[in-house]
Design a protein around this ligand. Structure first.
Ligand code: ATP
Length: 270
C-alpha cells in the first residue's frame, strides 16, 4: 500500500464489503463512519468526536483498505500520505506537506486523512536507535501534533493512521484528543482467509475443482495481501498455460511462488 504523498482528496468506492474478515475492527470503525455522516447527533449531546484512530497490525492485513472503506462508506474525500515518504525529505518540506494536507482536508471536510506507516515519522523523539538525530522527522512529527491540536472536534476531519509498531510510537501521539483509540487489525484465521479468498476469487474464471476450504487450509500465516497476490498469480499462471479456467494446480503453484518470495524477503530482512 504505497500511499502517494497525498491523494488530493479523491473519493473512493471501497466499502466494508471489500474488507473480508476483520469483524471486530469493522465494528469499531463503523462509529467513525457515523461521526462523519451525522456529526450533529453527537455534538448536540455535547459529545466530543474523536479526532483520530490508530490502526495497528501486521503488514498486508487490510489497514489501508479499511481506512479507504471508511471514506467510501461515509462518502467523504480520502487524503493520504505515507510516513516513509518523509524519511529523506529536505528540511522544512515534511512539515509544510503536513500543513498543506490538513489545510486541504479541512477545506473539503467532512473528510478522512490517512497516514500510512506513521512510525516512520512518529517514532519516540530522541530515540534514533544509534543513528544521528533526524531533525526533519521531528519537525514533521511536531507539525502533525500541532495540526491535530489546532482543529476543533467539530472540524469534520478524522485522521486514521496505520502502523505495525505501535510500541515504538511517541506517546504524545496517543494522548487524549489525538490518536486516543487503537483498532487492532490482525492476521486472518482460517475462516477469515476463506472470506478473503471469496473476495479475490470473484473476478476470476474458476475451474470446478476449486475448493475454498482447501485453499484456506493451505495458507496458514498468509495475510490478506498475500491471498490477493495468490489469486492473481494463479490467474497469470493459468493464462501462461493458455487455460480457459484457473485450476486448483495453478493455486498450488502460486502458493509455492509466494512462499518462495516470502522466504527471499525474510532473508533480506534478517
Ligand atoms: P501495510 O501495513 O503493508 O501498509 P495494510 O495492512 O495497509 O498493509 P492493505 O494495503 O490494506 O494492507 O492490503 C493490501 C491489499 O491486500 C489490499 O488492497 C487487498 O487487495 C488485500 N487485502 C488485505 N487485507 C484484506 C482483507 N481483510 N480483505 C480483503 N482484501 C484484503
Amino acid at each position: 500500500s504505497r500511499a502517494q504523498v497525498y491523494d488530493n482528496g479523491k473519493s473512493t468506492n471501497v466499502t466494508f464489503k471489500d474488507v473480508a474478515g476483520l469483524q471486530g475492527a469493522k465494528e469499531e470503525i463503523e462509529e467513525i463512519v457515523e461521526f462523519l455522516k451525522n456529526p450533529k447527533k453527537y455534538t448536540e449531546l455535547g459529545a466530543k468526536i474523536p479526532k483520530g484512530a490508530l490502526l495497528v497490525g501486521p503488514p498486508g492485513t487490510g489497514k489501508t483498505l479499511l481506512a479507504k472503506a471508511v471514506a467510501g462508506e461515509a462518502k467523504v474525500p480520502f487524503f493520504s500520505l505515507s510516513g516513509s515518504d518523509f524519511v529523506e525529505m529536505f528540511v522544512g518540506v515534511g512539515a509544510s506537506r503536513v500543513r498543506d494536507l490538513f489545510k486541504q482536508a479541512k477545506e473539503k471536510s467532512p473528510s478522512i486523512i490517512f497516514i500510512d506507516e506513521i512510525d516512520a515519522i512518529g517514532r519516540a523523539r530522541g530515540k534514533n536507535g544509534g543513528f544521528s538525530s533526524n531533525d526533519e522527522r521531528e519537525n514533521t512529527l511536531n507539525q502533525l501534533l500541532t495540526e491535530m491540536d489546532g482543529f476543533g472536534t467539530n472540524s469534520g476531519v478524522i485522521i486514521l493512521a496505520a502502523t505495525n509498531r505501535a510500541d515504538i510510537l511517541d506517546k504524545a501521539l496517543m494522548r487524549a484528543g489525538r490518536f486516543d483509540r487503537q483498532i487492532y487489525v490482525d492476521m486472518p484465521d482460517i475462516n477469515e482467509r476463506k472470506e478473503i479468498f471469496q473476495v479475490h476469487l470473484k473476478p476470476l474464471k474458476l475451474s470446478k475443482d476449486i475448493d475454498i476450504d482447501f485453499l484456506a487450509k493451505q495458507t496458514p500465516g498468509f495475510s490478506g495481501a498475500d491471498i490477493a497476490n495468490i489469486c492473481n498469480e494463479a490467474a497469470l499462471i493459468a493464462a501462461r498455460k493458455d487455460k480457459k479456467e484457473v485450476e486448483k494446480q495453478d493455486f498450488l503453484d502460486a502458493v509455492d511462488r509466494i512462499i518462495g518470495g516470502l522466504e527471499k524477503k525474510n532473508k533480506i530482512i534478517t
